[in-house]
Design a protein around this ligand. Sequence first.
Ligand SMILES: N[C@@H](CCC(=O)N[C@@H](CS)C(=O)NCC(=O)O)C(=O)O
Length: 347
Amino acid sequence: MPHFGLFLKRALGMAALGLTLAVPGLAQAQQAPANTLDAVRARGQLICGVNTGLAGFAQPDSQGVWRGFDVDYCRAISAAIFGDPNKVRYVPTTAQVRFTALQSGEVDVLARNTTWTLSRDTALGLDFAATNFYDGQGFMVKTALGVKSAKELEGATICVQPGTTTEQNLSDWARANRIRFTPVVIERLEELVAAFVAGRCDAYTTDVSGLAATRSAQPKPDDYLILPEVISKEPLAVGVRQGDARFADIVRWTHYLLLSAEEFGITQANLDRMANDPRPEVQRMLGKNGELGKMLGLDNLWAVNVLKAVGNYGEVFDRSLKPIGIQRGPNALWTTTGGLQYSPPFR
Ligand SMILES: N[C@@H](CCC(=O)N[C@@H](CS)C(=O)NCC(=O)O)C(=O)O
């Protein structure tokens, strides 16, 4: 894979400059397994790449237990494979090291607000199993700044994380709108947010969900305003290594299971009762009829295990993202106006 070699060289070059987090194991030229499912089973654990701490998406609670929307995807995949959502090791990754972590085999899967783009899908040797959150890039300012629109950001300093689509979209947007700005580029999210809060930049730009998460984590969220402009499409998708279709299928259909369960009204609470639901698709989904689970290389009751662990997509969303004020919007089911979340049939 010549492209990946180049990428790796670049990433390692940046590491030498002290710009990336260490990727343990990479120095020993860790070999990514060709068959992730077998490797995960043999290890007895799924290694999930998450972000370094983003409210609502992935963050350890006061007991050190990882929680959030992305974390629930790790838990769901673990439940699909092991019948147990807790067989997961969480590896925090910055935006800049996440792809190397996946490619090198340091993590099995990336559930980490990662935008699905053509170059990541090809040159970086990744596959995106499913878009679990449709997002777009926005800007946040301090309310006291008095700015109401991104168009007023001429001459502003803007905080941005490197290794992100955010950085690229920002320069595209500024060029297209003839806005001059000074970027303040900081890799660690914590430091970046601290810089913004301390007034080192006028605006902070990232995915709107990330802005909402950061805003909600401030002592006085009302001191911060998310501007109305959304300047890009950010389909946040669960990433796996290219060339491992079996594992990609498991991740993809775990997401579809969460969607289909919501569509069919199956919840964590009514799951036992739903096992007797007469609708044929529900019977196939829950393993009462047919062998869909086995076709994925899993226990035929994988779906029951997943839904018991995390509930349906709406429940996953409401548990973590509703409390920080994120609306369903395009992440509503396709059966709702404007909803983009759509599962192929369980057949
Ligand atoms: N979706 C964009 C941005 C993803 C991203 O890394 N966003 C930041 C800001 S919300 C983040 O999650 N940082 C968490 C971290 O660095 O741990 C991408 O894939 O490039």
